[in-house]
Design a binder for this molecule. Structure first.
Ligand code: F6P
Length: 522
């Protein structure tokens, strides 16, 4: 399909002119001169309301950004993804995580599909999902299983971990969930201290079933299980993988499969979501999928001007390439969203951290911002100082939830007051003769509001983030669905591992050689 690189479009040059002419854009003046600004720059999407009005944009810029999207072929690219085209070109794969949340007999399906077997694939998805959800229900009903240990890393850890923590209020009492990702043995050892083999289900989650960390942890867990007298591997170990053959060779008979068209960081909707399905049940998991599907439909069909993932993705481009902002801080004002920033780090930075376009040509502009953050209000007492008065401008993306799940008096009002006040303070600033107490203000933020944190709204929020990453990646002309950048370190680690055994440093750079010798010295 024909993708035009953003810097080769007329809109790109016009955006540069608009940027140069509108400086300095002042949010306070923008509000003072436009009584409709909040309405113009707010957007309802399924299960998520977004206030974009405290961003450094006006209606002209907004229109130009939409032109940019059109001129780069964003809509055709989006439609290609939803039709099953192999848009992950460097790996020759389709990108169809959205199919995992498509209901059976979706009437839109055959018309959209260029992929002859899409209906059969959807059928296969639902059959596999049915088996996985039935297993989840059996584990839930089995009172002898008190601990579920997920062994996986990257997308095989961050998605289910983030979601199980986020939906803690919906988790079945009597089950504990542990997530082991790091090859650092401290992590697994700490979990093993807390569990008994006869009460534990280990889930070995790995798309490839070759990842060093996961295989090492899985081997050690199995060795521990057997050393503790555990015998029934079939009952106490299950694998979540596209590589069932390798899982069988490992000795695991209970396997839940998925497909190569599900990227690791997009896999929480697949068998990789099994810990979540056990935690919140089949019905809860289906609500999670349904919330995401609602967002898919919004992304697929809403006009660009009222399409929330499109508006967020275009803002990302505006900030990265015209304002030169190199990071975005994520501030979820909900303590259960504590792994949400880490989840978004992989989603954005592994997807869009690329320096060449889809044809391998070097880019002359920036791509993925650095994503970082912590739940509020904690961040306020750590790094918000820099957000308010530092030399760099960092757009902040707040997430707040209207209704809490606890009934402790006062807390939620204070929480909401703080998140609203932070967004307000960033924008308004405070004049104090330019000294230590001066706040420049005019610092941009986006405010995402959920009615409540539920399986449905979490599904919609995560799908929103997936699609906004698609939008910016598409405009930047890159392949957001490969991750070659993680390979070099893996290869070198094998070589260094051997050298750590032997002490051979020949051919190594002086720094690595020096460190290796120090690490080995007794
Ligand atoms: O090393 C990066 C990566 O490939 C991620 O993209 C992926 O989510 C993670 O490793 C885990 O991979 P797997 O599920 O195959 O173990």
């Amino acid at each position: 399909m024909n993708r035009i690189r953003c810097d080769q479009t007329p809109a790109w040059a016009r955006l540069q002119t608009a940027f140069d002419q509108s400086r300095p854009f002042d949010l306070r003046k923008a509000f003072a001169t436009d009584a409709q600004r909040f309405e113009t720059f707010s957007q309802s999407a399924p299960h998520v309301f977004a206030d974009l009005s405290k961003n450094l944009i006006d209606t002209d810029t907004d229109a130009l950004l939409q032109d940019l999207a059109r001129q780069t072929g964003l809509e055709a690219h989006r439609d290609a993804m939803f039709s099953g085209a192999a848009i992950n070109t460097t790996e020759g794969r389709q990108v169809m995580h959205w199919l995992l949340r498509t209901p059976p007999h979706d009437p839109a399906m055959p018309a959209q599909s260029v992929h002859r077997h899409m209906a059969e694939t959807l059928h296969e998805v639902h059959t596999t999902q049915g088996t996985m959800l039935a297993f989840a229900e059996r584990v839930r009903a089995d009172a002898t299983i008190t601990d579920v240990v997920n062994i996986g890393i990257g997308g095989s850890d961050l998605g289910p971990q983030m979601a199980v923590l986020a939906l803690d209020e919906f988790v079945l009492p009597g089950k504990r969930f542990h997530f082991v990702s790091n090859v650092d043995g401290h992590e697994l050892a700490a979990v093993l201290k807390k569990i008994r083999p006869e009460h534990t289900l280990f889930l070995v989650a790995s798309k490839t079933f070759t990842t060093l960390e996961t295989m090492t942890n899985a081997q050690s867990a199995k060795a521990w299980f057997e050393a503790q007298g555990g015998t029934d591997i079939a009952r106490h170990f299950a694998a979540l993988t596209t590589n069932v053959v390798a899982a069988n060779a490992f000795g695991i008979r209970t396997t839940f499969g998925f497909w190569d068209w599900v990227g690791g960081r997009y896999s929480v909707w697949s068998a990789i979501g099994l810990p979540l399905a056990i935690a919140i049940g089949a019905q809860g998991f289906q609500e999670f999928l349904a919330g995401a599907h609602d967002m898919d439909e919004h992304f697929r069909s809403a006009p660009l001007a009222h399409n929330l993932p499109v508006r967020l993705g275009l803002l990302d481009v505006w900030y990265r390439n015209f304002h030169g902002f190199s990071s975005r801080s994520v501030a979820p004002y909900h303590s259960a969203l504590k792994r949400y920033p880490a989840y978004l780090q992989q989603l954005e930075m592994e997807s869009n951290g690329k320096r060449v376009d889809a044809d391998g040509q070097t880019l002359a502009y920036g791509t993925s911002p650095v994503i970082w953050g912590e739940p509020g209000t904690n961040g306020q007492h750590a790094y918000f100082q820099m957000l308010h008065q530092g030399t760099d401008v960092v757009p902040v993306e707040f997430v707040a939830v209207k209704t809490p799940k606890h009934n402790l008096p006062g807390h939620h009002t204070l929480l909401l007051a703080n998140v609203l006040a932070q967004a307000q303070a960033l924008m308004l600033g405070k004049s104090d003769a330019g000294g230590h107490k001066h706040f420049t203000g005019n610092r941009p933020s986006t405010f995402l509001l959920l009615d409540e944190l539920s399986p449905t709204s979490l599904g919609a929020l995560i799908a929103l983030q997936e699609h906004r990453v698609f939008v910016s990646g598409s405009v930047w002309g890159i392949n957001s669905f490969d991750q070659w950048g993680v390979e070099l370190g893996k290869v070198l680690a094998k070589d260094v591992e051997a050298r750590l055994q032997t002490g051979h440093v020949d051919g190594l750079d002086a720094s690595t050689a020096g460190l290796l010798a120090r690490v080995r010295a007794s």
